[in-house]
Design a protein around this ligand. Structure first.
Ligand code: URA
Length: 211
C-alpha cells in the first residue's frame, strides 16, 4: 500500500526562536521548538517524544518511520527489536550508533504501532527536514517506505525504490527496507545488505572493517 504523499513539502518551521533569520538552527534549537508538541493527535497517546539520537555532526543519518513501544517508553529511536537489528546493521557497516544519527519521520508513537497518517506526517515532517538541514550529512539511509516516500515525494513502492541512489536536497539518499520488515521477512536481508554496502563504499568501508 502506498502512502498519501503530498507533492509540496510542508513549510520549513523556521524562523525558530533564538535563530537569526538565514542561520541554520542547531538540533537543540529544533528540539526546543518542538517543545511539548501538540501539533497532531499523536501527542495524546505518547509517553515520550522521540526526537533523535547520535552524533550531531554525523555524516551518515538513518531515518525510520516512527517510534514503537520501547522507543516511546525510553524516548530514544530504534531501541526495540527493530532497533536491535538496526544496531547490528550499523555495526556491520563499520560504524557505531554514536557515530551516526538516527531519527524518524514522526516523533511520537502511533497507537498500537499503526502506520502514521498523512496529517501526522505533515505536522512532523518540517522538523525532520530541519534536522537534516542541521546535520548536513553525506548520506541519508531511508528505512522503509514512509521515510523514502516522504523525503523523496515519490510514491514508488519501496521494493522498487530500494537499492537505487537518489538525492534529497543535494544529499545522497539510499532507500532500503525497514528493519521491522526484515525481522518479518529475513529472506530480504541480503537485499538490504547489498544496499548498505553501496553506502559503505561512499565511506570507504569494507565489510568487516570497524573503523
Ligand atoms: N521503527 C521505527 O521506524 N522507528 C523507531 O524508532 C523504532 C521502530
Amino acid at each position: 500500500m502506498l502512502i498519501d504523499v503530498p507533492q509540496q513539502a510542508p513549510p520549513y518551521p523556521g524562523p525558530l526562536p533564538g535563530v537569526v533569520e538565514g542561520e541554520i538552527p542547531t538540533l537543540d534549537q529544533i528540539r526546543r521548538e518542538l517543545g511539548d508538541c501538540r501539533r497532531c493527535k499523536l501527542c495524546t497517546g505518547r509517553k515520550n517524544l522521540v526526537f533523535g539520537v547520535g552524533n550531531p555532526r554525523a555524516e551518515l543519518v538513518f531515518v525510520g518511520e516512527g517510534p514503537g513501544e520501547q522507543e516511546d517508553l525510553q524516548g530514544v529511536p530504534f531501541v526495540g527489536p527493530a532497533g536491535e537489528l538496526l544496531t547490528k546493521m550499523i555495526q556491520a557497516m563499520g560504524f557505531t550508533r554514536d557515530q551516526v544519527y538516527i531519527c524518524n519521520v514522526v516523533k511520537c508513537r502511533p497507537p498500537g504501532n499503526r502506520n502514521p497518517e498523512p496529517d501526522e506526517i505533515a505536522a512532523c515532517e518540517p522538523f525532520l527536514r530541519a534536522q537534516l538541514v542541521a546535520l548536513q550529512p553525506k548520506v541519508i539511509v531511508a528505512l522503509g517506505k514512509f521515510a523514502a516516500q516522504t523525503l523523496l515525494r515519490d510514491s514508488t513502492p519501496i521494493t522498487r525504490l530500494r537499492g537505487n541512489w537518489r538525492e534529497y536536497q543535494g544529499v545522497k539518499l539510499m532507500p532500503t527496507f525497514h528493519p521491522a520488515y526484515l525481522l518479518r521477512s529475513p529472506h530480504e536481508k541480503k537485499k538490504a545488505w547489498d544496499d548498505l554496502q553501496q553506502v559503505m563504499k561512499i565511506f570507504g568501508k569494507q565489510p568487516g572493517s570497524r573503523s
